[in-house]
Design a protein around this ligand. Sequence first.
Ligand code: FAD
Ligand code: MLT
Ligand code: ZN
Length: 476
Amino acid sequence: MAASAPDPALLARLLERLGPRGFTADPRDIEPWIVDWRGRVRGKAVALLSPADAGEVADVVAMCAAAGLPIVPQGGNTSMVAGATPPADGSALVLSTRRMRAIRAISVADGVAVVDAGVVLADLHAAAAAQGLRFPLSLGAKGSATIGGLISTNAGGTQVLRFGPMRSLVLGIEAVLPDGSRIEGLSALRKDNRGYDLRQLMSGAEGTLGIITAASLRLVPAIGRRAVAWVGLSSPQAALGLLRRLEAATGEAVESFELVPGDALELVLKHIPDTRAPLTGGHAWHVLVEATAPQGAADPADALGVVLADAIEAGEAADAAIAASEAQAEALWRLRESISEAERIDGMAAKHDVSVPVSTMPAFIQSARVEVEAAFPGTRVLAFGHLGDGNVHFNVRAPAGVDGMAWLAGEGASISRMVHDLTVAADGSISAEHGIGQTKLAEYLRLADPARLRAQRAIKAALDPQGIMNPGKLLG
Ligand code: FAD
Ligand code: MLT
Ligand code: ZN
């Protein structure tokens, strides 16, 4: 059903408040921001708003609220679930934080950064490093993903093992609620028990409860030395055994432990320029391990080398290489972080982001793979990612020669139901770190506990009674 045309007077008032840099209704300007990162979901937007600061956000949200005009908050538009893509009926506008990029303050004494929501993750990394500190969350989209988007999806990434997901690094938020009122919560406090925790409520809310305009974030001391290794092994079970061996020997030194199947490495080597295999000989599975140590502590490569040698001796690992330089370490990380891009180039896949208890993940990967590939001949499972967190991207590649989008809507949807049913049967979650957005919505509504949904809908109705914040996402 086509949405009713927006009131031209409202659009004129929005333009007047934001100026020409902050408002466009030209479809050519809007075009890049109405398609999701994977290029699978296309929406339509009345206009693209790009406010410069929190005051502008509050004013335009109040104007939209008064008119009942829906708003889709958008940061870097790297959502894996089309969370920042507007609805197809053209009923909403997109509000982008792209112009809100100030790093307001970094306090070395408190280990806190206060940043605008539109700050890109890599820019925060650089700013923290310049002060001898670190923001300990990273992921492949770090060059585009913003702080507001990372909080709103409660993003995971590759350091969750040691530092937890995004919400564990958020000390406070400043936000505009759906009625245009503002929460001023840029706290530097490590402890604060004044009732319901609004910063945690906004973390993972996927833009459905308001617009985050800034956040105060926890920083940790910069890494003194790091050791990055690439290990070839025979199974996810062997990989988990290696993780436990590493933890026993090095305590909390291991902060990343990423599972890479042989097929994923092949895709990266095929599609991503200037990449090469770190080990000779094909291995069915690999892991990328990063261990770190503070300034002045022993080189973590020493302990890592000893444990890897023991693991090879015990038959748990087949081969391993430890990066001998920062350039080599970066090259290993590039292999891991390019998997999504290589997969996107290669063709269609039904993508899943599942978690189960860590100890059961290896068996889950093996048995679910056998079941899916047997039920859907010609498909191939590519399960990669955050094994140490009990979270893998259990992606199922389409058979050769099919029409990708038609396959995704038909057989792909049946596959997703099967993967999610298996996940629920294993006491898992169908969204470990990407959120629900649009693409997981039907499955979430099919599988969620009714009491959980009722509680989530009550929160949504209390804060956004008109339902104008990111309609069609998370709860429908
Ligand atoms: P967007 O995509 O713009 O938005 C995401 C959601 O947040 C939407 O619902 C949007 O409405 C909302 N939103 C955005 N900004 C605000 C705001 N200021 N206030 C309120 N709501 C807002 N995720 C992981 O968890 N782990 C990974 O390892 C990982 N790797 C990735 C690798 C690649 C190559 C890519 C493309 C994505 C990856 N992601 C990963 C997905 C991840 O969700 C995003 O990268 C990131 O969290 C989204 O940030 P963004 O600024 O692009 O947000
Ligand atoms: C990753 O871990 O690389 C991401 O979450 C991206 C993906 O799922 O494709
Ligand atoms: Zn991931």
